[in-house]
Design a protein around this ligand. Structure first.
Ligand code: SF4
Length: 402
């Protein structure tokens, strides 16, 4: 399929919107009152530090809503204002944050249900308005909505579109796109839908396996089993790894994406020689600034003497999970929560340890003076961070009284 031509024709259609509707000012006030926080402003102004009672909070110097998410949420609010009576749908969570998604439900925005990994678009009627989330939608979904004569409001972050353009460049040269990401993450599903041949690698370990296969060969069956669901239809590791280009899910760990890029560059150089590298390998920098800044800020924060770390963000948010990984690697007790209500009652927290299910931890806040590091993922409003910090203050104050 000529995805480039399809996108070009979609973009010129009257039913397609990707620039908002001119209600920015009203929406900005609304968003400010719903999601901003005076406490967080205060902490920012105070060099990202706040002490109350025996608790010192150290905030990461970059955290929370990135501009791509802010833009997507603002466009969704504008869409409601612009189409006050139309049925509005969204193809997925607008961003990975439960409170923001709930707010949209309250505004009568419907979410497309997923049944057995399949989205049920049968509810969408001709003329309905459909919002595509910040992490985009697959080309097949866009096609279907276009055929249904829907009005499409595309909030896809430009950073994600940049990755799609990279994949188009790979395709033009008949390269296989090696995508560093999670094969079942919405963004990666969308990105791979623009590719002709692709392989999704989750981490450096998987990338090393692929690099070794390129250099030394191996069992084709084992390869295909290992990457079930993570490659394009008809993918043949013996033929389709001769020319590769690197792409990524924008929220992966930046250092790992870079390592994977370098690994394949070295691999192709070794196999084909430095003079032939440009005929076998392509890489463009598509790591999003916001992800990079939040990860860098986290690396700075974990250098401080912290008693524990609280990482706030949706449980299915990839960038939040990566922030959590950074503190876990430093052996700092780290609690990933998605909302303030996970804290309490009493000295307990319901949190999601890395790669495990939710669990309750009792006596999570130590006695006496404590220093708590706090950060949040790119989909988390400041208000949620404020509520979590206030709960920690309340809990510690209550412990002193007892
Ligand atoms: S994390 Fe980056 S790519 Fe994702 S929405 Fe934010 S700015 Fe865009």
């Amino acid at each position: 399929m000529d995805t480039k031509a399809f996108k070009r024709s979609l973009h010129s259609s009257d039913n397609y919107h990707r620039k908002g509707f001119g209600h920015e000012a009203e929406v900005a006030t609304q968003l400010q009152s719903e999601y901003q926080s005076d406490l967080i402003q205060e902490i920012r102004a105070n060099n990202y530090r706040l002490q109350r009672g025996n608790v010192t909070i150290l905030l990461a110097e970059a955290f929370g809503f990135c501009w791509g998410v802010e833009r997507a949420v603002a466009m969704a609010y504008e869409t409601r204002q612009h189409f006050p009576t139309e049925q509005i749908w969204i193809t997925n969570e607008i961003i990975h944050n439960p409170s923001v998604n709930q707010r949209l439900r309250d505004m009568q925005v419907g979410f497309i249900e997923v049944e057995k990994d399949q989205k049920d678009f049968s509810v969408v009627a001709s003329g309905d308005v459909v919002i595509l989330p910040a992490f985009g939608a697959s080309v097949q979904e866009m096609q279907l909505l276009n055929e249904k004569n829907c009005k499409i409001v595309d909030t896809t972050c430009p950073w994600v579109s940049k990755v799609w353009n990279t994949v188009e460049k790979h395709k033009k040269r008949d390269y296989t796109s090696i995508i560093h990401g999670k094969y079942n993450h919405e963004e990666t599903i969308a990105t791979s839908s623009f590719a002709d041949k692709y392989l999704v690698v989750l981490n450096l370990k998987q990338a090393e396996y692929v690099a070794n296969y390129i250099l030394n060969g191996g069992s084709r069956e084992e390869f295909l089993t290992k990457f079930t669901h993570a490659h394009s239809a008809g993918f043949d590791p013996d033929k389709d790894l001769e020319q590769v280009g690197i792409a990524n899910q924008t929220t992966m760990l930046k250092s790992e994406t870079e390592q994977i890029g370098k690994l394949f560059e070295r691999t192709m150089m070794k196999k084909y020689g430095p003079g032939e590298l440009n005929n076998h390998f392509q890489s463009f920098n598509t790591i999003c600034d916001a992800t990079q800044e939040r990860q860098d800020a986290m690396f700075g924060l974990v250098e401080e003497k912290l008693d524990l770390m609280v990482v706030i963000g949706g449980f299915n948010s990839s960038n939040t999970t990566h922030l959590q990984e950074i503190s876990v690697e430093r052996s700092i007790p780290s609690y990933h929560i998605d909302c303030a209500e996970r804290i309490g009652p009493g000295n307990q927290v319901e949190h999601k340890p890395l790669h495990r299910e939710l669990e309750v931890k009792e006596n999570w806040l130590p006695d006496g003076e404590i220093v708590v590091g706090v950060t949040s993922g790119a989909s988390t409003p400041d208000k949620v961070v404020e509520d979590a910090i206030e709960r920690i203050f309340e809990l510690k104050a209550a412990m002193v009284v007892v």
